[in-house]
Design a protein around this ligand. Structure first.
Ligand code: ASP
Length: 459
């Protein structure tokens, strides 16, 4: 059985970091399938390679000069390669191929950018394989196009096509039968039926790692990053938050969707399908425990596992006396959102009112409002109110299911900080409680809830 790994952008940001990645790969012979992100920032002021590539694409598309940006990209790779004292000539065909893509005639801007964006991943993978070979390891790069990782043609938002898993297994399983063979796969993209590169959403190398783990029936998927694991709260909000030891897939999905930065939210689906655990670990402190994400866990003793928040929500409040007695009211109401192409994130009802939370709905909500009024679902236009710039603060933890008084404790902690809770959304699973409030209160709210559950007792 193999371990599939994915190393994030900072893990491969420079030669020294990449060397650490190589040490990690070699320290466990099961790490046979390794996905790399494009080089990330070396320091706060630096630019991620993906962003440099997008900059090149934007400039070239507009007919502007992109040479300086391209030189920065090339220099970055030359520096990383030189760290390993490898002759840089193997980079030439890769840079030439990048140049060809830049000079190609685009059909659409998104398609054009997607042709350029994966080069960070592609070139760093070539360097890693070269550096591994220098150490006598039988390493080889398999690009998504070599292994049948096929997607639709939604450039920048690729969705994997079903047959991909089988094709990947067909190509890579025989490779894995060769003892000692180490596979490197550039993350972040697949190819459509016309052979064009199509990138996943940003951060999508996570997904590449999970897809490979599924296709190859890995015993474990590792996600190597620059934090000690998944943190109980955003470190920009709470000082030094604790690391979560273990989360269920469901808890992790709730956290990823509600604002935790560590994982691309779609990552878990391929792993859940096969029950493969995900281990989030720190490349720069591999001795630390990290966070395990698993199908089920024994009670950890924690009621709450993590607290996240996400800004930019709009709330639609609909009030209509007696809506609870009208058969099909909710279905008609939500149908109007669907017809306008607005996806509903959360919804909660009471006898005469409904509150609906929408992520970024700004552009289309006025149409929704007009259609609701036209449909007669409210007696008067006053029955519908839309509020913008709201935050959702999400408290996640399977432990809440068996604990009474969570809501009471959290609400009073927020009240004591003078924070007004405008709406509460709670799923039937009792795995999360989501508080809708003013954006300006969100950070204070996260801190208050964190202190309630994880604050150090006063000395
Ligand atoms: N390099 C890509 C990005 O910056 C993909 C990734 O790192 O996962 O989004």
């Amino acid at each position: 059985m193999v371990i599939a790994t994915k190393f994030g952008g900072t893990s491969v940001a420079n030669g020294r970091n990449l060397e650490q990645v190589i040490d990690i790969i070699l320290s466990n012979p099961k790490r046979r399938v390794n996905v790399l992100s494009g080089p990330g920032k070396r320091d706060k002021e630096d630019i991620k390679l993906t962003d440099l590539s997008i900059g090149i694409g934007n400039a070239a598309y507009e007919g502007q000069n992109y040479m300086q940006l391209l030189e920065m990209v090339v220099q970055r790779f030359v520096d990383i390669t030189s760290y390993f004292h490898i002759n840089t000539s193997f980079l030439d065909p890769l840079i030439a191929s990048l140049n060809n893509v830049i000079k190609s005639t685009p059909l659409s801007k998104n398609q054009y950018l997607d042709g350029i964006k994966p080069y960070g991943e592609i070139i760093i993978s070539a360097i890693a394989a070269e550096a591994l070979r220098m150490k006598g390891v039988d390493a080889q790069v398999y690009r998504p196009e070599d292994i049948g990782m096929m997607t639709n043609s939604d450039f920048g938002n690729a969705k994997l096509l079903d047959g991909s898993y089988q094709r990947i297994a067909q190509v890579l399983n025989p490779v894995l039968e060769r003892p000692g063979k180490v596979i490197i796969v550039p993350g972040f993209y697949g190819v459509d039926s016309n052979g064009r590169y199509v990138t996943f959403q940003r951060g999508g190398s996570d997904l590449t790692g999970a897809v490979l783990a599924n296709a190859l029936d890995a015993e474990l998927c590792e996600n190597w990053t620059d934090t000690d694991g998944i943190l109980r709260a955003d470190p920009r909000v709470v000082d030094n938050p604790e690391v979560i030891k273990m989360l269920t897939y469901r808890e992790a999905r709730e956290m990823a969707y509600s604002g935790a930065q560590v994982l691309h939210p779609d990552t878990l689906m391929p792993l859940i399908a096969k029950g493969i655990p995900l281990h989030v670990r720190n490349t720069f402190a591999p001795e630390r425990e990290g966070t395990y994400i698993v199908a089920t866990k024994l009670p950890t003793g924690s009621v709450v596992e993590g607290i996240t928040h996400k800004d930019g929500f709009s709330m639609v409040y609909v009030e209509q006396m007696g809506m609870n007695e009208q058969v099909g009211y909710l279905s008609k109401l939500t149908g109007i959102f669907a017809e306008n192409g607005v996806s509903i994130d959360h919804l909660t009802t009471s006898v005469d009112s409904v509150a609906i939370a929408i992520d970024n709905g700004n552009g289309r909500l006025n149409m929704v409002r007009e259609d609701i009024i036209k449909s007669g679902l409210v007696d008067s236009p006053d029955g519908i109110n839309i509020a913008y710039n709201k935050s959702l603060v999400c408290v996640v933890g399977e432990g809440m299911r068996h604990t009474t008084g969570v809501m009471a404790k959290v609400s009073s902690a927020l009240a004591s900080q003078g924070i007004n809770i405008e709406t509460v959304f709670q799923g039937p699973s009792e795995r999360n409680i989501i508080f809708g409030l003013e954006q300006k209160d969100a950070i204070k709210a996260v801190r208050a809830i964190y202190n309630l559950y994880f604050g150090k007792p006063a000395m």
